[in-house]
Design a protein around this ligand. Sequence first.
Ligand code: SF4
Length: 124
Amino acid sequence: MAVKKFICIGCPKGCSLKVEHTEKTIHEISDYSCKIGLKYAQTEFTEPKRTITTTVKLKSGDLPFVPVKTKKPVNKEKIFEVMNVISGLEIESPVRVGDVVVSNIAGTGVDLVCTRNIKNVAVR
Ligand code: SF4
């Protein structure tokens, strides 16, 4: 049996979680202080996910880039593919918080959305 350790990010306490497993099968999860840690260890072990935050090129905006994020966490193994899609994007201003830049990005089932309002410099 092997042991994999994770630091829980559910709160500042940062419990050190232990997952005892044989290959992909979990036998026991220990050292968590609440259900958030238990769930976090299960997800991190079986299907780790991350929210991606980055920027996208913007045409005619007050700023040359708009900050964006995935609306929900995406599978860690899809991050490279998602970043590849994002690196090829250039969108028109104006944009508003929550505008969908790409729906179902890289087939993840998750939308990429704007996190800042940016005006079009031509419309004042
Ligand atoms: S297990 Fe619970 S108490 Fe411990 S870091 Fe995670 S959220 Fe905080």
